[in-house]
Design a binder for this molecule. Structure first.
Ligand code: ARG
Length: 283
């Protein structure tokens, strides 16, 4: 497929983000976290602000939730809710250090008029492990989200869920190994969803499922994955990526996407990237 032949059309998005004013790496709940390495909340805030302003420059709406002292990972808003068609499924964290975040986000949704809100019974790290393709909810498990949370999400959100098994502890959330580039057009069957993913992060069976569902997917390399390139955020045309993800960015450009590179190095010290900081509110 040639770049010139595809006109990628962005759609405006609504995001919820949390400024990392209390950012730190005080505990270890994934292989990227090293509490002995220096971390700066100021640098994290600067990188986060650039991300927020980039979304706004691209025409998206960004809502902000107030960060809380003692919750250094609260910046990773993606882990706190899955919203499809205005229905909100909250979160329930595996790590006790993050458990209190769920209630802050629940309250934000209530205060902002989201009446259709359910808190999960199972461990559910929300968009960290759930990716909406416009047709299907891809759901990761293996490290964080309980497989029973996949069935719960299907029941609560009323969308078909496809379970995928993650096998590499560095790629502990689905959103570290896969993201949606273009969603299927709601209502019509004309636009097929497109994704990018790193196959080695998935079990052999899940790799076969992904090949079957997305024969035209962008296949990322180990280098793309290691810099959190699969933690990208696409609006259908513009794709926000960590600045190191040049290989992936080149593949996307060949397919008519517009890579937008940002420095997320400070946030990566906690095992996060652009998508982790971004909860999408789908009307
Ligand atoms: N330190 C956080 C954790 O391990 C990072 C979360 C990153 N979020 C994400 N959606 N992958 O839970």
């Amino acid at each position: 497929m040639q770049a010139e032949s595809v006109q990628r059309v962005p759609t405006t998005r609504r995001y919820l983000m949390c400024p990392p004013r209390f950012f730190a790496v005080d505990y270890v709940i994934n292989p990227w976290m090293d509490p002995t390495a220096p971390v700066s909340a100021d640098v994290a805030v600067a990188q986060w602000t650039e991300l927020r302003d980039t979304y706004r420059r691209l025409g998206h709406t960004v809502e902000e939730i107030e960060p809380q002292p003692g919750l250094p990972d609260m910046v990773f808003a993606a882990n706190s809710g899955t919203v499809v068609d205005g229905r909100v499924l909250g979160s329930s964290f595996r790590a006790p250090q993050r458990a209190a975040e769920a209630e802050h986000f629940r309250r934000w949704f209530v205060e902002h008029g989201y009446r259709d809100l359910t808190m999960p019974e199972r461990i559910n790290e929300a968009e960290g492990d759930f990716a909406w393709t416009g047709k299907l909810l891809l759901a990761g498990t293996g490290f964080r989200t309980d497989p029973a949370a996949h069935a719960e999400a299907q029941e609560v959100l009323g969308v078909p869920v496809v379970s995928l098994s993650l096998v590499d502890p560095r790629y502990y959330h689905l959103d570290t190994a896969l993201f949606v580039l273009t969603e299927a057009d709601a209502g019509t069957d004309t636009t097929a969803p497109q994704i990018a993913y790193y196959p080695e992060a998935f079990s052999p069976g899940s790799q076969r499922v992904l090949r079957r569902l997305f024969p035209d997917a962008v296949i990322a390399t180990a280098a793309d994955a290691e810099c959190f390139g699969l933690n990208g955020v696409s609006d259908g045309r513009n794709v926000v990526l960590p600045l190191e993800a040049v290989g992936l960015g080149a593949q996307l450009a060949e397919r008519g996407y517009e890579p937008v590179y940002l420095d997320i190095s400070e946030l990566r010290k906690a095992g996060g990237g652009p998508k982790c900081c971004t909860l999408e509110i789908r009307k």
